[in-house]
Ligand binder design. Structure first.
Ligand code: TXA
Ligand code: MG
Length: 313
């Protein structure tokens, strides 16, 4: 495989990226949440290479990215509740897991052979332009080696996947910084993964409290595996201060060597989360993190931090 190309987010760069995707290449691209590792979702061979590049266990399904609700309806059967959520939050950091439509042309590897598909309409301008130019659904997990910290800029992507993918479209840092919220519909809507749309916003839209996801023994999302988003160093949570030899990640009034948000803003903290973890990891010292409030985007942040701190599997 030749070196991974870095493409500028110009009309030419985007056209080139779209052309490469249509020829079975793997192209990482920015979304408003994190960088995705894109492949033509109708191309078995390209999708298989995504698993190979990430070193990801193949039983984990992927999210199909499309530019509009109408395009998503070509792939999945939407209930009334699903339409309500899509109209409220798309384009945006929400993924819906819905029954796969027959004849969608989606590679069975995208759904891991199942009858449900995860669909998302991302908000980032570059992602939107790329999806429109590609003209077919793009399967994209986060563009990091499996189990490692998610990428929120092109440098993170290159650090993890250089030489394993054809190109990365460099659109600078991601605005939201944590992955999309995943909502499934078993009997009623429930959150499968906390993410960029806070629970409070989903509940306000639906006008009722969300049901907890049904408990399962087998995690359906790798984001649900205990050890995920793992830095090389040990991570200690809810630290009041750094112990000797630790690097401290602060928030709000509690200053550290690094800070998720000096002003204590959870939106800013989410946007900075993975970049700060990448920086702390490069430092090499064990990592301590101060407490983060458990509301709004704090739920998604704490979810990722708990997984970063979990014993490695
Ligand atoms: O923000 C995001 O969602 C990013 C950007 C690139 O869009 N993507 C992302 O993809 O986080 P990934 O593969 O790292 O996480 C997607 C999650 C996985 O945990 C996967 O198991 C779950 O979505 N998923 C995908 N298809 C599913 C399905 N049919 N049923 C249940 N879960 C599914
Ligand atoms: Mg991921």
């Amino acid at each position: 495989m030749p070196e991974t190309k870095i493409l500028a987010p110009t009309p030419e760069g985007i056209a080139q990226a779209a052309g490469m995707l249509c020829k079975s290449a793997l192209v990482a691209f920015p979304t408003e949440t994190v960088y995705g590792l894109g492949a033509d979702a109708t191309d078995n061979h390209a999708v298989a290479r995504v698993f190979e590049a990430k070193g990801r266990p193949t039983f984990n399904p992927l999210i199909a990215h499309v530019p509009t609700l109408e395009a998503a309806q070509q792939l999945a059967a939407f209930s009334e509740t699903a339409i309500t959520l899509a109209e409220a939050f798309w384009p945006g950091p929400l993924t819906l897991v819905l029954p796969l439509k027959h004849g969608s042309g989606i590679s069975h590897l995208v759904t891991a052979g199942g009858d449900k598909i995860a669909v998302r309409v991302p908000k980032g301008d570059i992602a939107q332009r790329l999806l429109r130019a590609t003209g077919r659904p793009v399967a994209a997990p986060s563009a990091n080696p499996s189990g490692r910290i998610s990428p929120t800029n092109a440098t993170h992507v290159i650090r993890g996947l250089s030489g394993k993918i054809e190109a990365v479209l460099d659109g600078g840092p991601c605005a939201v910084g944590v992955e999309s919220t995943i909502v499934g519909f078993e009997q009623t809507a429930h959150v499968l993964r906390d993410g960029g749309v806070p629970n409070e916003a989903l509940e306000a839209c639906l006008g009722k409290p969300l049901n907890k996801a049904p408990e399962t023994d087998t995690p359906t999302a790798p984001g649900q595996l205990a050890s995920h988003y793992a830095p090389n160093a040990r991570v200690r949570l809810n630290a009041k201060a750094a112990n000797e030899g630790e690097i401290l990640i602060g928030f709000g009034a509690t200053d550290g060597d690094l800070s998720l948000s000096p002003s204590g803003n959870l939106v800013e903290a989410a946007a900075n989360l993975f970049a700060v973890l990448h920086m702390a990891d490069a430092d090499g010292r064990p990592i301590a993190v101060v407490p983060i409030p458990e509301h709004g985007l704090g739920r998604a942040i704490n979810d990722r931090l708990r997984r970063a701190a979990a014993p490695r599997t």
